[in-house]
Write a protein that binds this ligand. Structure first.
Ligand code: TXA
Ligand code: MG
Length: 317
């Protein structure tokens, strides 16, 4: 494995690795992805093996523009409305899969729907265009770990399992894309993420329903209740912290604490908090504290997705 700054030469090499069926980790504006050729069943199988991911979990297929999405999925009016506003960007649309067999069955876990995203990150865009293939890319972490927001996070989880890591610095958004089922007339949010529920309701002019978490429904496995997990115990909505615990603070009124402390955003800015969340969980976990104590975080806007990740991380294994 090599971590390389994402120069044009490195991107060209990464594209060649993908075309040959190998695995490349690359930055998107949300989190780092672990990419494989979505048309190559063997490459996708290698990707599941690298992640240690249950194979019923379908993957997001990344393409450089909406026209490429239309080649593998059947666009709907609702999908068009959202794509026009949020693509390229941190939104994943679940659509009916075209019956043309371009995408390997394994990438969609045999479902007749497909999750498609057009990322905005210039390195992701350059890689997708150079590879000239739809790229299946889950977050580049081992299954059950928090998503990586730096190349170093990827290396810590997957160093022995990936041919190249393209380093594009820390990701901007820090939370995964919002996954929305747009096969019907009303949007159904399958995973809270970087695009808010309020945004989706406003743009579509429809109520945006949030699918219930269900550990037994492989149609929306992003809702598996335990999915983003540090090793330390998490205590949420806390106002006090004891010695031996680590503090994940938010906003200007954090309690005084002598032990490991990180503040997601001193000014109480939710976008900044989202960008810092996963790195902060990794760092506080590495401090060896018995528990990570998390201050209350408002649940509007991006706060809904932040709290969603924290609640999952807090569930006992
Ligand atoms: O921000 C992101 O979305 C990152 C970057 C790399 O693009 N990718 C990512 O992929 O988070 P992953 O594999 O970790 O999450 C895929 C999510 C899961 O919640 C999965 O259940 C859902 O998308 N999904 C994929 N295909 C689906 C389908 N056909 N129907 C319903 N949900 C689907
Ligand atoms: Mg993931």
């Amino acid at each position: 494995m090599t971590t390389r700054p994402a120069t044009p030469e490195a991107i060209a090499q990464a594209a060649a690795i993908l075309r040959a069926g190998g695995l490349v980790a690359f930055p998107t504006e949300t989190v780092y992805g672990l990419g494989a050729d979505a048309t190559n069943g063997l490459a996708v199988a290698g990707l599941y093996a690298a992640k240690g991911r249950p194979s019923f979990n379908p993957l997001i297929v990344h393409v450089p523009e909406a026209a490429a999405a239309a080649a593998i999925a059947t666009m709907t009016p609702l999908g068009k409305t959202l794509a026009a506003v949020f693509w390229p960007g941190p939104l994943t649309l679940v659509l009916a899969r075209r019956p043309n067999r371009i995408i390997a069955d394994l990438a969609t876990a045999g479902l007749d729907t497909i999750a498609v995203r057009v990322p905005a990150h210039p390195i992701a865009q350059a890689l997708l265009r150079a590879a000239d293939l739809p790229i299946a890319a889950p977050s580049a972490n081992r299954s059950g770990r928090v998503s990586p927001t730096t190349a170093a996070h990827v290396a810590a989880d997957l160093a022995d399992h990936v041919q190249m890591i393209l380093d594009g610095g820390p990701t901007k958004v820090g939370l995964e894309s919002t996954v929305v089922d747009v096969t019907g007339t009303d949007p159904v949010i399958l995973r809270l993420g970087a695009v808010t529920v309020e945004d989706i309701a406003r743009i579509t002019g429809k109520p945006a329903r949030i699918a219930a978490a269900d550990d037994n429904a492989p149609a929306s496995p992003g809702m598996l209740t335990r999915h983003y997990a540090p090793a330390a115990r998490l205590r949420l909505n806390a106002h006090d912290v004891s010695a031996g615990e680590a503090l994940l603070a938010f906003g200007p009124n954090a309690p005084q604490h002598a032990g490991a402390t990180l503040n997601l955003s001193l000014t109480g800015d939710l976008a900044e908090a989202a960008a810092n969340l996963f790195a902060a969980l990794r760092d506080l976990d590495a401090s060896g504290a018995t528990a990570i104590v998390v201050m209350p975080i408002p649940s509007h806007g991006l706060g809904a997705a932040i709290n969603d990740r924290l609640i999952r991380a807090a569930r006992a294994a």
